[in-house]
Design a binder for this molecule. Structure first.
Ligand SMILES: Nc1ncnc2c1ncn2[C@@H]1O[C@H](COP(=O)(O)OP(=O)(O)OP(=O)(O)O)[C@@H](O)[C@H]1O
Ligand SMILES: [Mg+2]
Length: 293
């Protein structure tokens, strides 16, 4: 993402339009022929070739000359440029900050808008390591044989953004969704650390109860289960404020695996607080209380 943010100010709108033409073509095939890029951009061939050369030099696209017609595809930096550009144009953000988190499937950065408000910016990178991790997104795949990384990451961002919107209605400690574009989500930011790396929580049982209470409210009022809850998906600041993050894999409470996922979520939180902070709890009792409204 840092690469994309660095290149973006030097780009002309014609360069961006060439990237967008490739993006459109990628809906049909991984590599897009020069002829199709020309067609989608509506530029004459000379302009098309000139811009292709330029963005290729910037390392935003990959060339395939093994077929009879030369083709191009966006690489992840090229896709980052498009997402970032749109968010900047919409005045959602104006500056990218430091990397604050790196997961298996995403990178998270700090970012700022014109009024110096700070947000978290999450970029999906599913398929970066391998497509094996794609399990979470099987439901998107349907009958498609070929699913492109671009499509998967765009859908992941959309899915998490929508989930954040649903939960945010309950006004609990979950990120406020600000906007999303392509594979990027912008949301409210809590300056802190993952619970796993917390040093000394002042009142551990208070934090524990707050987390359980909120997970219960989300379950009872939004019918949603986190599905990957634990000390790595809860951010904590120095005042013991929390933020329950990372909602891509949420499942509805009538999902076939709802019960076991909910149990695992609760047990994770109980075990963490027991081990690290000696907070005693009975996960079974807690889960039962979820079912009794
Ligand atoms: N809104 C936020 N405010 C503060 N920090 C955040 C926020 N969102 C994410 N982070 C930081 O970035 C890290 C990665 O974010 P997140 O857990 O959402 O993605 P992930 O772990 O890559 O997802 P996955 O578990 O699907 O691989 C978090 O552990 C946290 O440190
Ligand atoms: Mg996470």
């Amino acid at each position: 993402m840092a690469e994309a943010a660095k290149i973006l100010p030097d780009m002309e709108k014609e360069d961006l339009r060439i990237l967008m033409a490739i993006e459109i073509g990628m809906k049909r095939s991984e590599y897009v022929t020069v002829n199709n890029i020309k067609f989608y951009s509506r530029y004459p061939i000379e302009e098309t070739l000139f811009r292709l050369k330029k963005v290729h030099k910037w390392n935003l696209i990959v060339r395939d000359s093994s077929k009879s017609e030369v083709g191009y595809t966006l690489n992840s930096i090229g896709y980052d440029v498009l997402g970032l550009h749109t968010l900047v144009e919409k005045k959602i953000i104006s500056q990218l900050g430091p990397l604050i988190g790196k997961g298996k499937e995403s990178d998270v950065y700090g970012c700022m808008d014109d009024s110096k408000n700070i947000f978290a910016l999450k970029i999906y990178r599913i398929g970066r390591t391998s497509f094996k991790n794609i399990k979470k997104l099987r439901s998107f795949q349907g009958d498609r044989k070929h699913i492109s990384w671009l499509y998967v990451n765009r859908l992941a961002a959309k899915k998490e953004f929508e989930a954040l919107g649903e939960i945010y209605k309950l006004k609990l400690d979950t990120p406020k969704p600000i906007d999303f574009n392509r594979h990027i989500i912008v949301m409210s930011y809590l300056r802190g650390k993952e619970l796993a790396y917390s040093q000394n929580i002042k009142k551990p049982s208070k934090v524990f109860n707050k987390i359980i209470k909120q997970i219960k409210e989300i379950y009872q009022n939004a019918n949603m289960i986190h599905g990957d809850l634990g000390e790595f998906n809860i951010v904590l600041d120095h005042k013991d404020n929390i933020l329950i993050i990372d909602w891509l894999q949420w499942v509805p409470s009538d999902h076939p695996n709802a019960k076991s996922l909910l149990e695992r979520d609760i047990e994770n939180v109980c075990n963490f607080f027991k081990k690290k902070y000696h907070v005693e709890s009975d996960p079974y009792e807690i889960i039962q209380s979820f079912y009794n409204k």
